[in-house]
Ligand binder design. Sequence first.
Ligand SMILES: [Ca+2]
Ligand SMILES: [Ca+2]
Ligand SMILES: [Ca+2]
Length: 323
Amino acid sequence: MNKFKFYFVVISFAALLFSCNNNDDTPEPVPVRAFNVQYYTDITTIEAYLNSYYIVNDVNNPDFADEDITFAKIPDGGGQKSIFKFLNSNSYPKLLTKDVLLHDITYKIYYLKLRADNELGKKPIRVDEVLAAYSGFYLSSKTEEAGTIIEGTPFETVVFPQSMLGLDRTIRGWGEIFPRFTTGIYDATLSPDPASFTNFGAGVMFLPSGLAYFNSPPLGSRIPSYAPLVFTFKLYDVKHADQDQDGVLSKDENVVDENGNFTNQDTDKDGRSDYLDIDDDGDGVLTKNEIKINGVIPTSYDLILDCSGLTTGTKKHLDKSCF
Ligand SMILES: [Ca+2]
Ligand SMILES: [Ca+2]
Ligand SMILES: [Ca+2]
């Protein structure tokens, strides 16, 4: 059953991704480390975790719910299939990777897809907003006589998301991985309250600290500095953002390929990307006042037109050259 219901009730949760509420256990400051050195440590820890843990709720379990995944350590002599063995699997769960060039290094992000894309779902881009349930834990390693042991420590769970989260305002890893997943379908016929989504995207991301909080975890959180983070998540819905409020959605002001890879456009080369630039071509006229349909500035941008003035259904950035 690809079905999930959540209630819009007032619940209390700590949105650690954005705020803090407790300074009692603030981590001690530690010296800043080099990104490339820390990345090597992190990816070693992550790969050790992938090799030494297995998926508890696998398809052989009659109670398997593909969106409710947990992991457990493979016991000595255990024959369980490690997470790593799902790499590029022909079926789901499927472990995949994404390379991200940042901080002058190429990060590898491992992520699990738990089910196929919903063909009717939407994909966010890196600056959109998402409605997502998630559960996070951080990885740590310790060396004992028997060898190095990797452990996961939970720090936050949001089962009933109450609001959209802006991917441009949270950790980079979220913005890199959520675009590889599709939203569910809201089905009002099931019941308006609780709201119901079916066939939502479900996955797990394994993030090096350089794509998470690195040396600056949220004040008051239990996340140590330089901790690789793991998030299991369910992507229910997406709100496409229009950061510069010019009527053209940000996803249409950037080049986004089918894998959600994101390339900034900067038409006037002033260092401010089009999706953040209220005057993309730098001619002194605001972009929103340059978008015309048959010569008229529209009051609604529900339908974005191409330069010919014809409705295309596809979105295209418009600039002065169109008119
Ligand atoms: Ca815009
Ligand atoms: Ca610009
Ligand atoms: Ca302009």
